[in-house]
Ligand binder design. Structure first.
Ligand SMILES: CCCCCCCCCCCCCC(=O)SCCNC(=O)CCNC(=O)[C@H](O)C(C)(C)COP(=O)(O)OP(=O)(O)OC[C@H]1O[C@@H](n2cnc3c(N)ncnc32)[C@H](O)[C@@H]1OP(=O)(O)O
Ligand SMILES: CNCCCN(C)c1ncc(F)c(N2CC(C(=O)NCc3cnc4ccccn34)C2)n1
Length: 409
């Protein structure tokens, strides 16, 4: 190939890297492999069958000599603080290292202690000498439906290795250990999301952001002033009313759990992969918790029927190295169901509430029916993609974000 143009050379290098791009750990795991993409002869469903519990490895995986496993009991303030501090200083950052997620302690206790949770799935690694927590990974049980198959899975999250211990192949050990502990509870599948591409995404979603405090977002570099836009024009563009517009829109209460569960189950049944919520799950995941999760219902003023529901969770980010700001207050769209109120109007009310509660930005993935309101409500596409994964469960082909009814924290 005589073409010696820069493009041709770049392409050849990329092609060779793609071939070389080995996933030494993930190629050993029961997950869809890149080499199998498009091979529709492979059956959909579990990749490996369960093993008898007596054959599951009884003892933890080996760690490097200086480290030891610790089960993190998040009910103790001290342990919760150690987990919080590890994540606050070492968890997910954007590609330009301008922001780092700052999950709060209350959020972590909520996220990790749903009905039926296992303390043994809250796994830490400690340095034996300093007793410092240096790594973490968690699972929580969830019923997830794939097509018509409801499977009890582990939702794995909060995988974190201290910055000083990176690139030492500790992550595969963490993943194998959480897998072992999940297997001990006779659960054989998992669901997880990540910003990185590993074998093999079942869906790839796009983040969208709706500015609520555009001046701060531009000051901290989260967003940029549009072309031919002034700051005052930008502030005006994103202005929102100072009260919600839907009659009967109010905070969700305990008495709404049965109705919200019915709404949610009905709505989620249309998606290929979705959470299979029951009333206990709805009570835990969607009842409002200050600075953790907000849930709202629309109660018809006439019939008192609950016709709609919307929710968002609170996940601030630390702003790294900015002289005037320390925290970005972000709301993340969670589960929303509109049966009488237009979804556009329901979500606009959610934006109005978030602005009133002093959030800087409202984030949403393009999952479920979110695409129908993103542009009209002035969301802009982010640079962050979120890839969804299933462990030990093959799908014949990836699904579209609009076929996904699952939001992980
Ligand atoms: C049945 C039950 C099953 C339960 C388990 C289901 C699976 C759960 C899977 C976990 C779901 C987590 C969901 C979330 O929490 S997603 C959020 C992940 N956390 C962060 O991004 C926080 C900041 N980063 C770190 O703490 C480290 O960089 C981590 C810990 C992420 C990697 O540490 P490190 O950078 O020091 O690397 P290494 O040398 O130890 O290891 C390199 C190997 O690790 C593979 N790797 C890298 N990043 C991820 C990732 N996000 N998911 C899965 N695998 C990942 C990588 O491809 C390579 O393998 P291979 O490419 O060579 O094969
Ligand atoms: C493992 N659980 C997955 C959910 C964790 N979540 C919420 C998440 N995973 C990957 C992302 F790409 C992402 N994005 C939100 C979008 C965004 O706001 N990007 C700018 C930004 C502000 N703060 C941070 C902190 C870290 C990364 C980007 N940041 C991109 N969100």
């Amino acid at each position: 190939t005589g073409d010696s143009s820069i493009e041709a050379i770049t392409r050849r290098v990329q092609e060779s890297l793609a071939i070389e791009n080995r996933h030494k750990f993930w190629e050993t795991q029961p997950v869809g492999q890149f080499k199998d993409i498009g091979d529709s002869s492979l059956p959909e469903g579990p990749i490996e069958q369960p093993t008898p519990l007596s054959e599951v490895k009884q003892e933890p995986y080996n760690l490097p000599a200086a480290y030891e496993w610790i089960t993190c009991d998040l009910e103790t303030e001290e342990m919760c603080s150690e987990v919080y501090n590890l994540l606050t200083n070492n968890y997910v950052e954007d590609d330009e290292n301008m922001f780092r997620f700052n999950y709060s302690k209350e959020f972590l206790q909520w996220a990790l202690r749903p009905p039926g949770h296992f303390k043994s799935w809250h796994i830490g690694v400690r340095a034996k000498t300093s007793k410092k927590l240096v790594a973490f990974i968690t699972g929580v049980p969830a019923r997830i439906r794939v097509h018509d198959d409801v499977v009890t899975m582990a939702e794995v999250n909060f995988l974190c290795v201290h910055k000083r211990l990176r690139s030492k192949r500790l992550a595969p050990v963490m993943i194998k250990e959480v897998t072992r502990r999940v297997h001990l509870e006779n659960i054989w599948q998992a669901a997880y999301t990540a910003g990185v591409v590993i074998p093999t995404p079942i869906a790839t979603c796009q983040y969208w952001h709706r500015s609520l405090n555009p001046k701060k977002l531009i000051d901290v570099g989260f967003s940029r002033l549009g072309p031919r836009m002034t700051m005052s024009r930008t502030i005006r563009l994103y202005k929102l009313p100072d009260s919600t517009v839907t009659p009967g829109f109010r905070k969700m209460e305990l008495r709404d759990v049965p109705a919200v569960t019915r709404l949610l189950r009905g709505y989620l049944s249309q998606f290929v992969v979705a959470t299979d919520f029951d009333e206990n799950d709805v009570e835990h995941w969607l009842l409002p918790k200050e600075n953790v999760v907000d849930g709202f219902v629309v109660e018809s003023p006439l019939t008192h029927e609950i016709t709609d529901f919307c929710s968002f969770y609170t996940l601030p980010s630390t702003i790294l190295g900015h002289p005037n700001y320390t925290t970005l207050k972000a709301a993340y769209s969670y589960y929303n169901v509109a049966t009488k109120t237009p979804l556009l109007q329901l979500m606009n009310d959610a934006l109005i509430i978030a602005k009133l509660k002093d959030y800087d930005v409202f984030n949403a993935l393009d999952v479920m029916e979110n695409e129908s309101f993103l542009k009209e409500l002035k969301f802009g596409p982010g640079d962050g993609k979120l890839h969804y994964y299933l462990y030990n469960y093959r799908l014949k082909q990836p699904i579209k974000p609009s076929e996904l009814g699952l939001v992980l924290l």
